[in-house]
Design a protein around this ligand. Structure first.
Ligand SMILES: Cc1cc2nc3c(=O)[nH]c(=O)nc-3n(C[C@H](O)[C@H](O)[C@H](O)COP(=O)(O)OP(=O)(O)OC[C@H]3O[C@@H](n4cnc5c(N)ncnc54)[C@H](O)[C@@H]3O)c2cc1C
Length: 372
């Protein structure tokens, strides 16, 4: 923590890219007193990624020409530069985050889980096993990795979620993957490469090109290239169908489809069905949208708890998803500006984030519509 004030201007919970990035933007505002709590280590989620998993958004040091590395969390940094790779693994990206936090002296208390957040006296009291912290604003940056979602179908407890090591372990024979967007295609290609026969089930057929240009709604080019390679082996089947039931059989596992067909596998089917919002101790402090995601005002603040902000891939505004680093980092400096202005500080330095293509405060201009 920075010095020992009785009340911080802001407390950030979580030291992943969202938490570190927001803290760095807060540090751009002279005189703000803030800290970061992290229950594990810096970049813990990336340390927990299966070893085989890598980023799908490429890193490239375009900094200086207005094209800041897509995976950077600060305008003057680039994972491509510091790591020397374009698609970092989880361990590599955690090393980048550690390096950035160290270089900019981000005040982080690690090994400290925030267990409750209570609005109090116009601010918040945050409890951890180390005691209580008072802060005027709280930024929840706890990520979604701790909240894997599985489909609500009969037998769902038999599924292995794609975020866990069991799903990535060798799977000889026939494999079923439920969910055909990025994580489903990723793990399907992995098992095809290992020699398995894989069936991917998804009634929405997200592997089709689709019509929009937003990478949140269509497969990344790298995933498409890997998909073509996997299809060429003849061991990958993409099926437009909904899984409705999973059961164990004497031979392995059976996945029943909506049309009554059954697909068998030698191992538990893999649920590549994404994540929930993962709001942990702040879940009750946000209203919920119809689609289940937290309701935010134009400043990424809870609509029912003023002073509580959300940073990271869980941000949704209307039809926009901020699920990649290059998207949700657009809001670090915006949140820092709101917190800085409330504390009556000069926030001009945050304009450097805009110059680096890392600040969007007008949400009406985020649509992606490429001509070709
Ligand atoms: C499999 C997978 C692949 C992805 N690939 C890409 C990609 O290629 N490119 C891209 O841009 N994005 C990608 N993403 C999106 C990804 O969600 C983000 O890039 C990133 O992990 C989110 O950052 P975050 O800081 O919000 O959350 P996290 O990185 O999950 O960090 C949250 C941190 O908060 C800590 N924490 C949680 N609860 C508490 C608590 N109560 N108290 C204290 N600390 C707490 C956690 O330990 C963790 O360190 C991917 C996501 C997944 C799951």
């Amino acid at each position: 923590m920075t010095s020992t004030p009785t009340v911080l201007d802001a407390l950030v919970i979580g030291a992943g890219p969202a938490g570190i990035g927001t803290a760095l933007a807060l540090a751009s505002v002279d005189g703000l007193v803030f800290g970061v709590l992290e229950r594990g280590e810096i970049g813990q989620t990336f340390l927990d990624w299966p070893a085989e998993q890598t980023f799908l958004t490429p890193s490239f040091t375009g900094n200086g020409f207005g094209a800041t590395d897509l995976n950077a969390v600060h305008p003057e940094t680039s994972p491509a530069f510091s790591l020397g790779v374009d698609y970092p693994s989880g361990r590599q990206y955690a090393a980048y985050l550690r390096g950035v936090a160290k270089h900019f002296h981000v005040p982080i208390l690690d090994g400290t889980e925030a267990t409750s957040v209570t609005p109090r006296d116009g601010g918040f009291e945050v409890l951890s096993e180390r005691g209580s912290v008072l802060a005027r604003s709280v930024v929840w940056a706890g990520g979604e990795f701790g909240d894997p979602s599985t489909p609500r179908i009969t037998g769902h407890s038999l599924l292995d979620h794609s975020s866990g090591p069991a799903a990535w372990a060798p799977h000889p024979g026939d494999v079923v993957v439920i969910g055909g967007y990025e994580s489903g295609i990723d793990i399907a290609c992995h098992h095809v490469q290992q020699g398995a026969h894989v069936t991917v089930l998804d009634y929405q057929t997200p592997w089709d090109a689709g019509t929009g240009s937003d990478p949140s709604f269509r497969l990344a080019p790298r995933s498409r290239m890997r998909l073509l390679g996997a299809l060429a082996t003849g061991r990958l089947t993409l099926t437009a169908a909904q899984a409705v039931k999973v059961s164990k059989t004497s031979q392995g596992y059976a996945t029943r489809l909506g049309d009554g067909d059954v697909v068998t596998s030698d191992s538990p089917p893999i649920a590549a069905t994404g994540f929930g919002p993962g709001l942990g101790p702040v879940a009750d402090l946000f209203a919920t949208r119809e689609d289940g995601w937290p309701e935010l005002d134009e400043d990424d603040q809870s609509t029912i708890t003023p002073g509580l902000f959300l940073s990271g891939p869980t941000i949704r505004h209307r039809g926009l998803k901020f699920c990649f680093v290059y998207k949700f980092r657009q809001r670090f400096a915006h949140i820092a500006r709101i917190i800085g202005e409330r504390a009556d500080k000069n926030v001009d330095a945050l304009e450097a984030w805009r110059a680096a293509g890392m600040l969007t405060d007008d949400l009406s201009c985020c649509g992606v519509d490429c001509a070709c």
